[in-house]
Design a protein around this ligand. Structure first.
Ligand code: HPA
Length: 267
């Protein structure tokens, strides 16, 4: 199936992206800033599932950003939508086969660390997989990587340093921390958030971890950044809603987009 997806994409565009960018909830508009864009709906790509999450468009966008050829996933697949782990990470392997040399992952997340505020950007330094499942379960795809894959430097130190340097040059504050992934779709309870804080998590979300594991498996350097769209359950006395997440995503997307754009420039 990977080769069918690849041949289809090669038949649509001869662009050979150097960087892959996964755009999270409310953050998809970065793809609208690419020059010479080529849009490919997920539904047209052999092997791709369809994206149903609100705030996610469901297409690949090839184009030029900061003078480099990139491919954006405008919309991703989440476990809570009912997809299998294989469906969720299929696009990451296709991007690897397209020749990307680095993967930039963005997401909307809830702030677990009480020193964070809504609208903060957080560089992911590491993750806790609380999904209860791993995308590498099943026969190992030897052509991508080893059966037992190291996760010690999944969030590539050199890319993290670069992001921090770029953020400081752009005058953006970049927090750092550990991302914990839960399946959703219900938000967490206040007790869960307290437990996650004890475990060492700084932000919580429903994505990213399967993609980062799969990228690590195929030796793809990863840079991942969360936009804190809300404080996690129980931190503030407020009700959590998906609309709020998308609204803050849209409002604050500019800063994250500026950061990604400059990072791509410096890669
Ligand atoms: N929890 C889980 N996922 C999220 C949150 C949250 O508080 N905010 C944005 N995505």
């Amino acid at each position: 199936m990977y080769s069918q997806a690849l041949s289809y994409l090669r038949s649509v565009t001869d662009k050979t992206p150097e960087v892959g960018i996964v755009l999270g909830s409310g953050l998809g508009s970065l793809a609208d800033r690419l020059s010479d864009p080529v849009f490919v709906d997920y539904g047209d790509i052999p092997g791709f599932a369809r994206s149903t999450a609100p705030g996610h468009k469901g297409r690949l966008v090839f184009g030029t950003l900061s003078g480099k050829t990139v491919v954006c996933m405008q919309g991703r697949f989440h476990y809570y939508e009912g997809y299998s782990m294989q469906d969720i990470v299929f696009p990451i392997r296709v991007l690897k086969l397209l020749g990307i040399k680095a993967l930039i992952i963005t997401n909307a997340a809830g702030g677990v660390n009480t020193s964070f505020s809504v609208g903060d950007l957080m560089l992911i330094t590491d993750h806790i997989n609380f999904l209860g499942i791993n995308p590498l379960i099943g026969p190992n795809a030897e052509e991508f990587g080893p059966r037992f894959c190291d996760m010690g430097k999944t969030y590539t130190p050199a890319l993290r340093e670069l992001a921090k340097k770029v953020a400081s040059v752009c005058g953006l504050t970049l927090k750092e921390g550990v991302y914990i992934a839960c399946t959703g779709p219900s938000y967490e309870t206040p007790a869960e958030i307290r437990a996650f804080r004890t475990l060492g998590a700084d932000a919580v979300g429903m994505s990213t971890v399967p993609e980062a594991i799969t990228a690590s498996h195929c030796s793809l350097p990863v840079l991942a950044i969360s936009l804190i769209t809300n404080m996690a359950a129980g931190v503030l006395d407020q009700t959590l809603s998906g609309e709020e997440v998308i609204e803050i995503g849209n409002k604050k997307a500019g800063e994250l987009q500026a950061l990604v754009k400059e990072v791509v420039h410096e890669l």
